[in-house]
Design a protein around this ligand. Structure first.
Ligand code: FES
Length: 122
C-alpha cells in the first residue's frame, strides 16, 4: 500500500528574470502549492494526499504546472483560482478538469512555442 492515496507535484521552480522559458514561480507556483496544502488540510486529507513542491517539470512556458498521481494527469496554466476545482474534481473525485489538462494539442503548442523561442536565439 503506497503511503499516499494521491500525490501532487507542483512546480515552484524559479528562474532569473527575463529567462525565455519563464518559470512557474513567477506564475504563482509557491502560492499555488500553499493553497493546495491548505485546501487538502481543510478537507481532512492531510496524510492521505501530499502536495509536494517540485522543480521544473519541463512545461515552463505553459505553467504553472501541476501533476496528479497516480492518475498521471498534467495540469497546465494553473492559477490560484483553479486550486479548489482541481482538489474537488481530481483529488476528492476521480474526474479530470478538462480545461486545464494537458492534451496532445497542448503539448504540440508547447513544442511550437519552444521552437519559436529557439529560432529567436539563433
Ligand atoms: S519552471 Fe515549472 S515546469 Fe519548468
Amino acid at each position: 500500500m503506497p503511503p499516499y492515496d494521491k500525490h501532487l507535484f507542483i512546480c515552484t521552480n524559479q528562474r532569473v528574470a527575463g529567462h525565455p522559458r519563464g518559470c512557474c514561480a513567477d506564475k504563482g507556483g509557491m502560492e499555488i502549492r500553499a493553497a493546495f496544502a491548505r485546501g487538502l488540510a481543510e478537507r481532512g486529507l492531510k496524510g492521505k494526499v501530499r502536495a509536494n513542491k517540485s522543480g521544473c517539470l519541463d512545461a515552463c512556458e505553459m505553467g504553472a504546472t501541476v501533476v496528479v498521481y497516480p492518475q498521471g494527469v498534467w495540469y497546465l496554466g494553473v492559477t490560484l483560482k483553479d486550486v479548489d476545482e482541481i482538489i474537488e474534481q481530481s483529488i476528492v473525485a476521480e474526474n479530470v478538469v478538462d480545461r486545464l489538462a494537458a492534451t496532445p494539442e497542448k503539448w504540440a503548442e508547447l513544442q511550437e512555442i519552444r521552437q519559436a523561442t529557439n529560432a529567436k536565439k539563433e
